[in-house]
Ligand binder design. Structure first.
Ligand SMILES: Nc1ncnc2c1ncn2[C@@H]1O[C@H](COP(=O)(O)OP(=O)(O)O)[C@@H](O)[C@H]1O
Ligand SMILES: [Mg+2]
Length: 367
């Protein structure tokens, strides 16, 4: 998958932009407030009709305009498509693929993107919900009616929680049976995806040529494990917790509690690892997500990385560049201008181009 062209009109601080990105790495540098994150955000919005920073869609329209437009030309190496997202203040969004009105599911499938942004939180420190949605993203791209299965599961969970509060044992038993049936389906999809994703993660750390010699040891020793959301059989687990669940009015075990954890022989990554180790591991998790996607689709999603380089040293920066070069992903990365000096000082040279953003305009020259 790669993007051939991005066109923007009145999107956040970007008045107008026409960008033909590199098929590999696109380093977008610039001062604070230059509009770097906005450019990445536009790609994410075009795919998902959502902001990766949870900004309301109306607030993504340039303050001095009534509407904004994003157009993205993309190709999965065989088919070329044009996706258009348009939003007018206080009106519903419009999404078109090749001029035909489309659903968000369609745009997500046409333009799969993964966004990584690093603030104080990362995949290991955030709530389990974030890791579950990573698994669910992977399953969705393999099994396209998975969103409906998840919705159905959530409805059953809500109903079971309601009847727990009524203490009506017959009703509880009825909803418990439905809950188990739906839970097993969700779990088996997640487990199958996790196995592929984990194999990709292990492969990245162990089989990327010459990587082991430049990795910090704690990164190399990290393993990830899936937790389905209960122990033993689900039926036994629900029976064991029934009195507690009735008292709380809530089902305490099931796929809504699923998670995955990263740890080394010393303990959990979220408790022990330095921030830079967590950043690099987050990055490896994302590459594994993209590799698992590639196995199924024969192309890779577009990767958006906002401020990745915050706080990582040159050794880890070299690891990231090496992995990105090997991955052959099309990737958009934002960073301060000073990053160019750091990257050009590394032994390894990135496959891609540098662009500089100033006041919402992208300086076209590749540096
Ligand atoms: N809806 C909007 N209309 C106009 N400007 C906006 C809007 N939303 C955010 N901005 C401004 O856009 C500028 C660029 O933000 P951002 O893309 O996050 O910059 P960077 O990532 O380069 O630091 C900021 O100054 C911000 O205040
Ligand atoms: Mg930014």
């Amino acid at each position: 998958m790669h993007i051939g062209q991005i066109g923007l009109l009145s999107f956040r601080s970007i008045k107008i932009l026409n960008f033909e990105p590199d098929a590999n790495l696109n380093f977008i540098t610039g001062a604070n407030n230059a509009g770097k994150t906005s450019l990445l955000e536009s790609v994410y919005v075009c795919s998902t009709s959502k902001s990766f920073k949870n900004i309301d869609l109306d607030n993504l329209i340039d303050y001095s305009s009534q509407s904004s437009k994003i157009s993205v030309k993309c190709s999965d190496n065989t088919i070329n498509d044009i996706i258009i997202y348009e939003k007018t203040l206080k009106s519903p969004k419009k999404v078109l693929i090749n001029q035909k009105k489309s659903s968000i599911k369609d745009t997500m499938l046409k333009l799969p993107v993964i966004a990584l942004n690093f603030g104080n939180q990362n995949i290991f420190t955030q709530k389990s919900e974030v890791r579950r949605s990573l698994l669910d993203w992977g399953v969705f791209h393999v099994k396209q009616d998975y969103h409906n299965l998840l919705k159905q599961f959530n409805r059953i969970l809500v109903s079971r929680n309601k009847v727990l509060k009524t203490r009506d044992l017959d009703q509880i038993s009825l909803w418990t049976d439905r809950f188990i049936e739906s839970a097993q389906i969700i779990h088996s999809h997640r487990q199958e995806y996790f196995d592929q994703f984990n194999a990709a993660f292990i492969n990245i750390l162990n089989n990327t040529p010459d990587l082991a010699s430049i990795l910090y040891n704690d990164i190399l020793k990290t393993k990830i494990a899936y937790k389905k959301g209960w122990t033993g059989s689900l039926e036994d687990s629900l029976t064991r917790s029934l009195n507690k669940d009735i008292a709380c009015g809530f089902t305490s075990s099931g796929p809504h509690r699923a998670d995955f954890a990263a740890s080394t022989d010393k303990g959990k990554v979220c408790d022990l690892a330095s921030m830079s180790t967590q950043v690099v591991l987050n990055f490896c998790i994302t590459l594994a997500q993209s590799d698992a996607f590639h196995v199924k689709h024969n192309h890779k999603p577009v990767l958006l990385i906002d401020d990745l380089f915050f706080g990582i040293d040159d050794k880890n920066l070299g690891v990231v560049i090496k992995l990105l070069n090997e991955s052959e992903l099309q990737c958009f990365l934002t960073a301060p201008d000073s990053l160019i000096n750091r990257i050009t000082g590394l032994k390894i040279k990135p496959k891609g181009s540098y662009y500089q953003m100033k006041n919402g305009e992208l300086m076209g020259n590749k540096v």
